[in-house]
Design a protein around this ligand. Structure first.
Ligand code: C2E
Ligand code: CA
Ligand code: CA
Ligand code: CA
Length: 284
């Protein structure tokens, strides 16, 4: 009925109002968090599929606000839309690079993967500033010879869709330093298999949604098998993300996927817990 429709309309606008208020308030609080450096970096260990040893960790941003964690899937989009992500991203790289130096000092041969938002590459100016930021960060860390081969940047397909020639130069510039480029969430966006051949990347990550669907049948398995075979033919390393069960692990092993990330092995954890694991592993 008409009255019903009006009620529903009323309901939606109230919801939208609430949403807008929450976004505005989160935005202000994010800005404060950035100024006061109250973000924390968590580390999710990633293991070599053959040895089970930790070879890498993904750096994941955590924001505790008023005693509770706001999930990154909620605050990253707000940071992106307001441009704050550029400064946040720089802080994350600074923290990750600091951790790489600490691991190097312990003689732990571990790599870190850091997420890069497409918004950090929004324009040519931002792309150039991104590249230049490494000089500023290493100066801040007081190192002249940073082990860039320990750092991987995770980018997504949406970045590759946008710009071409300049982006390829930027990615190549980063790779010349030794930085590795990983294609994250592969297959979830407007994927094009040609990205794998046309962009200078080192690794792909198979999205958790594909791993989840492995249990649903052969067709899903065939899809992942094809992606893995193609990636290997192009000399790309493959990481499976979101491995939670023994049957998913079995599939991953039988397809020679090199690295595994997932709750079956480790959840994201604070740095102290991560370092405790690495210290224990070093004693083996
Ligand atoms: P992502 O890059 O795809 O990161 C992987 C997400 O999957 C993480 O969620 C991780 O905790 C989760 N995960 C890994 N293994 C499992 C599993 O076995 N089961 C389940 N249920 N989940 C698993 P998280 O930490 O909530 O991060 C969500 C997203 O937020 C990330 O997705 C990434 O897109 C974004 N994000 C996080 N930190 C940063 C950051 O520093 N910068 C940027 N730009 N984005 C970030
Ligand atoms: Ca990622
Ligand atoms: Ca991912
Ligand atoms: Ca994801």
């Amino acid at each position: 009925s008409k009255a019903n429709g009006r009620n529903r309309y009323h309901f939606f606008t109230e919801q939208m109002q609430l949403n807008a208020e929450r976004i505005a308030s989160l935005h202000n609080q994010l800005k404060q968090a950035l100024d006061q450096q109250t973000f924390e970096l968590y580390y999710q260990p990633i293991v070599n599929a053959t040895t089970g040893l930790i070879v890498r960790a993904e750096v994941l941003l955590r924001w505790q606000h008023d005693g509770q964690f706001i999930p990154p899937d909620e605050f990253i989009p707000i940071a992106e839309n307001s441009g704050l992500i550029v400064d946040i991203g720089r802080d994350v790289r600074l923290g990750a690079m600091q951790t790489i130096l600490e691991m190097q000092a312990h003689n732990w041969p571990i790599n870190l993967s850091v997420n890069v938002s497409t918004f950090e590459f929004w324009s040519h100016e931002l792309q150039d500033a991104f590249v230049d930021s490494f000089a500023a960060i290493t100066e801040q860390l007081e190192v002249t010879d940073f082990p860039y081969d320990r750092l991987t940047l995770e980018i997504t397909e949406s970045l590759l869709m946008k710009q071409h020639t300049h982006l390829i130069d930027v990615l190549n510039g980063l790779r010349i330093k030794g930085i590795k480029i990983s294609l994250d969430d592969f297959g979830t966006g407007y994927s094009s298999l040609s990205y794998l051949a046309n962009f200078p990347i080192d690794q792909i990550k198979i999205d958790k949604s594909f791993i989840d669907r492995l249990d649903e049948g052969k067709r899903h398995e065939a899809l992942v098998e094809a992606i893995v075979r193609l990636s290997h033919a192009l000399d790309l390393t493959v990481t499976a993300e979101g491995v939670e069960t023994e049957s998913q692990l079995k599939f991953v092993m039988s397809n020679h996927i090199q690295e595994i990330q997932g709750y079956l092995f480790y959840k994201p954890m604070p740095k102290a817990a991560f370092f405790a694991l690495l210290a224990k592993q070093a004693e083996l």
